[in-house]
Design a protein around this ligand. Structure first.
Ligand code: HEC
Ligand code: HEC
Length: 419
């Protein structure tokens, strides 16, 4: 184990150019002197003078011309096109990089701050809990009204690489996506005007936005909605997880995977199981919408997914192929949180094509959904392999104190354990 740890360290070093290897990417150092640390919860906003944003790019990013650009060993490989699937040395899709360190750090505060919700109780991080792979532990998340939202909260690791967002792929940028939860009555329940009124009324945020978007600061410009979405997108794009033991293996460290994990990987990319056709390395998603016929969680009505759009009847029951990175931390699984464990999830694929499609639904199931007749042994090995996709080494720091002065959402009380 020790030897592996030092290999990981070496690998990470080789992988990162110019990024700080120690500590969390946007470590609390950005809060100068932590002057506000003793502030009791839910009192007046922290004093303006004590708020400063980090000038360092998060780990994995190199600073050039004041902006942060991803550096990854995968960038030496060509794109997937023509390289087949399941290949180890295939490139990554383009990422949303080029944000400034301050924009990323501002996004981090906004992400954790319940001030963005209508009642000041719910933050993005309430449902995208860092310790849970940026998802929550519920089948369906709970919004400000205490009611279930429509679907399961997906992980946010590596979202900067994605081309479409939500389970049905209906948003096409992180900025567009953020407006969903912010203004949905079931989620954060806010309205643009009241969100901006709140933020503009907080001197700490006035100061932080001026630091992150200096062009508008000269005129003492008010905080704008696109700045809020942009900062959130900057932070989300910094959530990089590409240093798992699988990645070590892919880069040539032959003994980085155990025998069981390797066996699982070979099942995963075989043309019998066909997992890699959709969960394509290195992101473990091909970013397509696929109709695979996964059931709903108990008591939930059939969800047409991407087939909700009037021009997409063939996509009825279609959902975005999720990345499987850090899946060990994001139970329950599927758009409806229908499976409690990874073992139950992978078993779905071998129970027969269309076995869970409700009577009366005629779904156009994807041709790679077949009858692989995987044995219990093979299913166990698949789960072993998925465990090798875990990497939280660049987990960002949770702020100790929020610019709004509000307490952190209760879900973020650290228990130090995944469970
Ligand atoms: C009430 C819980 C909740 C809150 C609060 C919330 N989300 Fe989500 N988030 C979800 C759920 C559920 C989905 C999936 C919804 C769907 O697909 O229809 C989702 C989807 C996403 C996605 C799409 C990921 C992907 O792979 O497609 C992103 C990005 C995201 N949320 C970011 C945010 C940000 C940023 C905020 C704060 C502005 C936020 N979320 C607040 C529950 C929440
Ligand atoms: C035809 C494309 C396709 C193939 C082949 C495929 N999957 Fe999936 N996978 C999906 C889609 C789409 C979802 C989301 C479905 C839903 O929620 O209804 C999914 C969901 C999952 C999830 C849940 C992830 C999460 O975060 O909720 C796991 C785990 C998974 N697949 C593993 C596998 C394994 C292992 C195989 C091979 C045995 C496989 N998949 C084959 C498309 C595919």
């Amino acid at each position: 184990m020790k030897r592996l740890a030092s290999q990981v360290a070496l690998f990470v070093e080789a992988l990162l150019v110019g990024a700080s290897l120690t500590g969390a990417p946007t470590a609390g150092a950005s809060l100068a002197g932590q002057a506000a640390a003793g502030t009791p919860a839910a009192t007046a906003p922290a004093r303006t003078a004590s708020w400063h944003l980090s000038d360092q790019c998060p780990a994995s990013f190199e600073k050039r011309e004041s902006r942060c650009w991803l550096r990854s060993a995968y960038q030496q490989y060509a794109s997937l096109t023509g390289a087949g699937v399941g290949g180890l040395k295939t490139g990554l899709p383009p990422i949303r990089d080029g944000f400034t360190p301050r924009q990323i750090d501002l996004g981090r505060y906004l992400f954790f701050d319940p001030a963005l919700s209508a009642n000041g109780r719910l933050a993005c991080a309430s449902c995208h809990i860092p310790d849970r792979g940026f998802s929550d532990h519920r089948t369906h998340s709970i919004g400000i009204a205490g009611r279930e939202v429509r679907r399961n909260a997906p992980s946010l690791w590596n979202v900067g690489f994605l081309r479409r967002f939500f389970w049905d792929g209906r948003a096409h940028s992180l900025e567009e996506q953020a407006q969903g939860p912010l203004y949905n009555a079931l989620e954060m329940g806010n309205r643009p005007e009241s969100m901006l009124r709140t933020l503009n009324g907080l001197p700490a945020y006035r100061e932080l936005f001026a630091q992150a978007f200096p062009a508008s600061a000269g005129s003492r410009g008010a905080i704008s909605a696109p700045q809020v979405y942009g900062a959130l997108a900057a932070f989300e794009s910094s959530l990089i997880s590409l240093n798992s033991r699988y990645d070590l293996y892919a880069q040539g460290v032959a003994d980085a995977l155990t025998a069981n994990e390797l066996e699982g990987f070979n099942v995963f990319r075989s043309f019998v199981a066909r997992c890699a056709e959709c969960h394509t390395p290195p992101l473990f998603t091909n970013q397509q919408i696929a109709v695979i016929g996964m059931p709903e969680a108990r008591g939930h009505a059939f969800d047409p997914g991407a087939g909700d759009a009037p021009d997409a009847p063939l996509l009825r029951g279609g959902f975005k192929v999720p990345s499987l990175r850090n899946a060990s931390f994001t139970a329950p699984y599927g758009h409806s949180g229908q499976f409690g464990t990874l073992r139950e999830t992978v078993a779905f694929y071998t129970k027969g094509r269309g076995h869970a499609v409700p009577p009366g639904e005629h779904l156009q199931l994807h041709w790679h959904i077949w009858e692989p007749k995987l044995s219990d042994h093979e299913l166990d090995r698949l789960v072993d392999f998925l465990g090798a996709l875990s990497d939280e080494s660049f987990l960002p720091a949770t702020p100790d104190v929020l610019p709004s002065g509000l307490p952190l959402p209760a879900e973020l009380k650290r228990d130090g354990e995944h469970s």
